[in-house]
Design a protein around this ligand. Structure first.
Ligand code: SAH
Length: 213
């Protein structure tokens, strides 16, 4: 086996050992090469199970956390999904393998443009990337079957709860940005919302307004 193939296999083992067992999620992770979303000096560490810096002072999430969040979201093939926090575009690309359509938004225009260029290069055609403040969701495309936040809010934002379809699921980190946060899953029922706590995580904060870049 080539060194490259071996590194990639270790990458998948790391995900399994962190509890990512859903075969559709693992297949998506196998198909989407994280290296496509990283440039510069950190690119050589792309198959390590660690978050890494990207443009605009942001981070590409830890792969096992991408796996855990994607699994918790339980995306179905006909789903319309909203991701808040495009970042590198890696998480959106994983979602694109599982859903019918993915809308991904970031407050940095530059990240959206860079991620869109990678989607184009990989011929991924079911992602729409938009530069906007995702705290307000994306009302013109609502409701969504699934919503994923990859930046931490103090509480689930009201507009996002409102844009979740009945029966829909939202996964997000909640808590103060400089402390340990809780990854939670919100399910919208006919009568309200059900919440469950999944695990502790650490994400960059969900900030209001557009970024400078
Ligand atoms: N999902 C990304 C990692 C995201 S890091 C990946 O796969 O690489 C979190 C991202 O959330 C950052 O890019 C940050 O700019 C974005 N973000 C923070 N607050 C936001 C807001 N209010 N609206 C949209 N994006 C936001």
């Amino acid at each position: 086996m080539s060194a490259d193939a071996q590194t990639k296999m270790q990458f998948l083992f790391a995900l399994r050992s962190k509890g990512v067992t859903d075969s559709r999620v693992l297949t998506a992770v196998e198909k989407i090469d994280r290296a496509e979303f990283m440039q510069g000096i950190f690119a050589q560490r792309v198959y390590e199970d660690t978050p890494l810096p990207i443009s605009c002072g942001q981070t590409i999430s830890q792969p096992s956390i991408v796996g855990v969040m994607t699994q918790a979201l339980n995306v179905q093939p006909r789903d319309k999904v909203l991701e808040v926090g495009t970042g590198s575009g890696y998480q959106a690309a994983i979602l694109s393998q599982l859903a019918r359509r993915v809308y991904t938004v970031d407050r940095f225009k530059r990240l959206v443009t860079e991620a869109q260029a990678v989607f184009d290069r990989l011929n991924i055609t079911n992602i729409t990337a938009i530069a906007t403040d995702g705290s307000f969701g994306l009302p013109e495309q609502a409701p969504f079957d699934r919503i994923l936040l990859t930046a931490a809010a103090e509480d689930p934002p009201g507009p996002l709860l409102a844009q979740l379809r009945v029966g829909g699921v939202m996964v997000l980190p909640v808590g103060q940005s400089d402390a340990v946060q809780n990854l939670i899953r919100v399910t919208r029922t006919e009568t309200g919302y059900e919440y469950d706590e999944l695990r502790q995580v650490r994400f960059v904060p969900l900030l209001e307004g557009m970024g400078k870049d």
